[in-house]
Design a protein around this ligand. Structure first.
Ligand code: NAD
Length: 414
């Protein structure tokens, strides 16, 4: 199975070939601009000291400050962060927002830390990467294992060192300290728009389509809810503990409430059958939304997938080998760099609001997001149809092409 970095580099190769990029520029785009690895010492509540590894990678800065999430996950390593940073670069260019791509992470399982330990890890990580972040330099946001509280601690740590409040240093903050209305559900809302655009193009009415969602976290949980509220039938969802299935449909809002009330997994939710994450991916549904981790659809299971549409809520859920099999089978893959771009789009809106200290209504945020996602889908599907490309390659060609243009226009220093 290909790693996230191998997948990202192979996808870049395809786009570079299609664009006819020269080797030098191709190499520049394959190489991160900055990779920072830091030690994050953590004093545990029991007094012992543990040293964690942290990372921040700025893949590209040619179109503006770097932008990308921070992941707290035990398997996070430098190569994974590099891949995720590269995908952020293409994503920002694709949807037309003035950022380069970045990503960060700490190799830690946040579920095994107390709240105080989590705060200490976050603040120490923020202070270690402080030399390279800032509203004009690099703006972190939440990702797997982090949330708006993590962003509040990062913003506070940065601001304390600066000596004044710097709201624009992170996005995905609570609204009470400069966050944007609509940011919480933005990635999931974008997943829904992406899904509906693809269904519409195929002439499929979204009402009643059967959906399975892998990963019931920030992205998957609300994506399931929005799809359900819009008339889709969400038959299965999962998390790290396993999956649940009800052929008559689930009520995602009730399930979210059940989790907020203290359940630590969706498994065991009344009225559902337990299934594994692997079984969920192969269910007989119309739409599959992978919204957990990368590399879950690969050459070992792509032939068994029955969904007609895959809408990638997660980053990198499909390896290039898996992609080739899906394409041969005529399965429409709505690619991650577009499908989950709603989060960074509204992060951009949040940053703009912070810089102007002038805040928009939730309707205004959601309307602007819808316009941006529908415009990007039109561009991708038009190119795909004109040049006989998959949606993934078309999206990569647009994103990579815009970044390559920025490099050519700016020239090389010295
Ligand atoms: P999250 O931590 O809120 O949720 C992750 C979900 O995946 C949880 O339900 C978790 O239990 C589940 N999970 C973890 N390991 C798993 C495994 N091995 N098998 C099955 N399920 C597993 O994270 P999130 O923010 O929802 O991010 C999910 C994906 O979406 C990631 O790929 C992330 O990069 C991507 N993404 C997130 C955002 C955002 O705004 N949060 C934006 C764009 C893309």
């Amino acid at each position: 199975m290909q790693t996230a970095l191998e997948s990202a580099l192979l996808q870049l190769d395809s786009a570079a070939r299609h664009l006819g990029l020269d080797d030098g520029l191709h190499q520049m785009l394959a190489t991160p601009r900055r990779s920072l690895e830091v030690a994050v010492p953590l004093r545990r509540d029991d007094g012992t000291l543990q040293v964690l590894k942290g990372y921040r990678v700025q893949h590209n800065l040619s179109r503006g400050p770097a932008k990308g999430g921070v992941r707290f996950h035990p398997d996070t390593d430098l190569d994974e962060v590099r891949a995720l940073a590269m995908w952020m670069t293409w994503k920002c260019a694709l949807i037309g927002i003035p950022y380069g791509g970045a990503k960060g992470g700490v190799a830690v399982d946040p579920r095994l830390l107390s709240r105080n330990e989590l705060e200490r890890v976050t603040r120490r990580y923020a202070s270690e990467i402080m030399p390279i972040i800032g509203p004009e330099k690099d703006i972190p946001a939440p990702d797997v294992g982090t949330d708006e509280q993590t962003m509040a601690w990062m913003m506070d740590t940065y601001s304390t060192h600066a000596g004044y409040t710097v709201t624009g240093v992170v996005t995905g903050k609570p609204v009470s300290i400069g966050g944007s209305l609509g940011r919480g559900g933005a990635t999931s809302r974008g997943v829904m728009y992406a899904c509906f655009s693809a269904l519409k193009e195929a002439g499929v009415d979204h009402r009643g389509v059967r959906v399975a969602v892998q990963g019931f976290g920030k992205v998957g949980g609300l994506a399931a809810q929005y799809l359900h509220d819009a008339g889709c039938c969400v038959v299965a969802v999962s998390d790290v503990g396993g999956g649940i299935y009800n052929p008559r449909g689930l009520d995602p809002a009730a399930l979210l409430k059940h989790l907020r009330a203290g359940a630590d997994t969706v498994v065991g939710y009344p009225g559902t059958d337990e299934i594994s994450n692997a079984e969920l991916l192969e269910l007989d549904v119309d739409v599959l939304v992978p919204a957990a981790l990368d590399g879950v659809i690969h050459d070992g299971n792509a032939a068994a997938i029955k969904a007609r549409f895959i809408v990638e809520g997660a980053n990198g859920p499909t390896t290039p080998d898996g992609d080739a099999i899906l394409e041969d089978r005529g399965i429409v893959v709505v690619p991650d760099v577009f499908a989950n771009a709603g989060g960074v789009a509204v992060s951009y809106f949040e940053w703009v609001q912070d810089l102007q200290a002038y805040f928009w209504s939730e309707d205004e945020v959601n309307d602007r997001l819808k316009i941006l996602m529908e415009r990007a889908y039109d561009e991708i599907s038009t190119l795909a149809a004109a040049e006989g490309l998959s949606l993934r390659i078309a999206a990569q060609v647009i994103g990579v092409g815009r970044v390559a243009d920025a490099h050519r226009t700016r020239g090389l220093y010295p």
